[in-house]
Design a protein around this ligand. Sequence first.
Ligand SMILES: [Zn+2]
Length: 378
Amino acid sequence: MLFADVIGHDDLKKRLIQSVRDSRVSHAQLFIGPEGSGKMALALAYAQYINCTNRSETDSCGQCPSCRKFMTLTHPDLHFVFPTATTKKVDKNPESDLFIADWREYLTDCKGYADLSDWFTKLDIENKQGVINVRDAATIMRKLSFKAYEGEYKVAVIWMAEKLNVQTANKLLKLIEEPPEKTLFILIAENQEELLNTIRSRCMMVKVPKLTYQEVQDALVDNLGCDPQEAHDAAMLADGNWLLAQRFANDKEDEKLYANTFQKWMRYCFKGALPELIDFVANDIKPLGRERQKEFLEYGLNIFHNSLLFNNNMSDEVMLPTDEKTFTQNFAPFVNRKNMAEICELFEESINQIERNANASIVFMDDSCKMSKLLRVK
Ligand SMILES: [Zn+2]
């Protein structure tokens, strides 16, 4: 992958490139940032750049034998470790190497914009908890003990490092602390709190910020050929998440789904109408599935934050499509200093619970009852 194919992040790209040009590549780096920000895409561009034999000041050449192999993800010095679980094909002892063909196909299809739930969907293990297995640690140790085959650097990309179990992490720690010569570890993670301290403290942190509205909008127009108005609406709702932006741009109904569902929900909560809320949770929420339920709650948080902007006379900064802006403006008076913190906490906690496989109907019914009270706090 070329840096030019990674959306946005101009400053970060420059810093990464400079570190290679100055020969100060830290041997263990943790790329941390939110979903859809492009951490994996950056890691792939970085790894390719380090090993390119004809790199320029701004990018790898894309033509040399090394670049060609990096672009097909088949370079012998590029190694991947990622979460797996048992599947129909691999019914025991799962580890990354057994899924490498699927993985290359997936990374190619998503153009480096990898997402855990999409990956699990690809493997058809949505309802299982994928982990990075201790067998992966043994395999990567073995692979890295050899000299680089062709490239200058051996690169091990450990994707979703929060899925390292303690046993795996302990095995890897030694390797990260005393790596074989010319070895680069790139760990990729989304959630700093879920990461083991021992791992975090041994890596140089590379913060990958969420994409800006403008970066997302431009990419929708330039890469996907969206018309500017369409790109504008999708970028506003996506809140820096490229994966979400693409989905919204491709599917108008999807884009409006969260808005319509949220507005309906808040109306029922405000009325405190229990039978309607029960129906709503059964018919509108349950069919969404876990990942979309989480996205829906995040959409809600975004509306609350924008409500606060209205309340503080900062409506110029509200980033929402027109009809949602109108809804939020009318809704804003019900979100105030007294209930805002509690509302946000409630939604954040619900996101965590859904992530941990809690029963969504119970979570949403509980939220509904609490919201009915909170929206009445004046
Ligand atoms: Zn090259």
